[in-house]
Design a protein around this ligand. Structure first.
Ligand SMILES: Cc1cc2nc3c(=O)[nH]c(=O)nc-3n(C[C@H](O)[C@H](O)[C@H](O)COP(=O)(O)O)c2cc1C
Length: 232
């Protein structure tokens, strides 16, 4: 081993194929939490999330949808607030997530961001989102845009999630639902099926390996040297 403690030291657990073998092989249905970013009574982001939930259930997933109504702003209440606790419990339970925000002024809504801002990067020794899968979606009233999914991808990275490549953006969302609040058959609908299919595949593939997949050399090294890891 080098005298220089700054250079890479394989002793701090270099990657190897055998470590990618899952320690156990989970058989339960993939657990997917779905979040949306609107409090409107007939919110198309909620209807889109409900459509995604039906598709996930048809594919065999176990699903939960969080209703953001009543969630306080960050620091307006503490983490014992019932809505905050409900959100934290769902995040811990989940193995993968779907986030769907409306686009407002070219960006995600405050309702969407508030939910993510309540999720701690670490809670004691548990990192509630780290290594979990994520699918990002947006809906908008205007022509198709990707501003919001791009922002959600940045948030996914910040929460150390495995954000899948495919994504969905439903343009002129008010035209895409019928009088029973079901999504009409369209290329937008088919894209949501594609995204959910990819999410389930990535969740099953990674859920039993996630701790190893996102384990970081720099953090293991700091811990072994008796230091504290930075929240970045
Ligand atoms: C203040 C405001 C800003 C908006 N900004 C945009 C925008 O930048 N791009 C867009 O396509 N639609 C925009 N919309 C339309 C919303 O995306 C649309 O009404 C959407 O259905 C709202 O989401 P919800 O149905 O889930 O509540 C805006 C609407 C409001 C009220």
């Amino acid at each position: 081993m080098s005298e220089n403690s700054n250079i890479f030291q394989p002793a701090f657990d270099a990657p190897s194929f055998d470590k990618l073998e899952p320690l156990n092989s989970s058989e339960h249905p993939p657990r997917i939490l779905l979040l949306y970013g609107s409090l409107r009574e007939r919110a198309f982001s909620r209807l889109t999330i409900e459509e995604a939930e039906r598709i996930l259930q048809d594919m065999g997933a176990d699903t939960r949808v969080f209703n953001p109504e009543g969630l306080p702003l960050v620091n307006e209440a503490d983490k014992d607030h019932p809505k905050v606790k409900e959100l934290h419990d769902l995040v811990k339970w989940s193995e993968g997530q779907v986030w769907c925000s409306p686009e407002r002024h070219g960006a995600m809504t405050g309702v969407m961001k508030t939910q993510i801002d309540w999720i701690p990067l670490s809670d004691g020794s548990v990192r509630p989102t780290q290594g979990k899968t994520l699918a990002v979606m947006q809906i908008e009233g205007g022509s198709q845009s990707f501003n919001t999914v791009n922002q959600l991808r940045i948030l996914g990275r910040w929460m150390r999630m495995l954000t899948i490549p495919n994504q969905s953006s439903v343009a002129r969302a008010y035209q895409e639902f019928d009088e029973n609040d079901r999504m009409k058959n369209s290329s937008f609908y088919n894209r949501i099926v594609d995204v959910m299919e990819e999410l389930i595949k990535f969740t099953i593939l990674t859920r039993d390996r996630k701790d190893y997949l996102v384990s970081r050399y720099s953090e293991r090294k700091t811990i072994l040297q008796g230091g504290q890891i930075k929240q970045k």
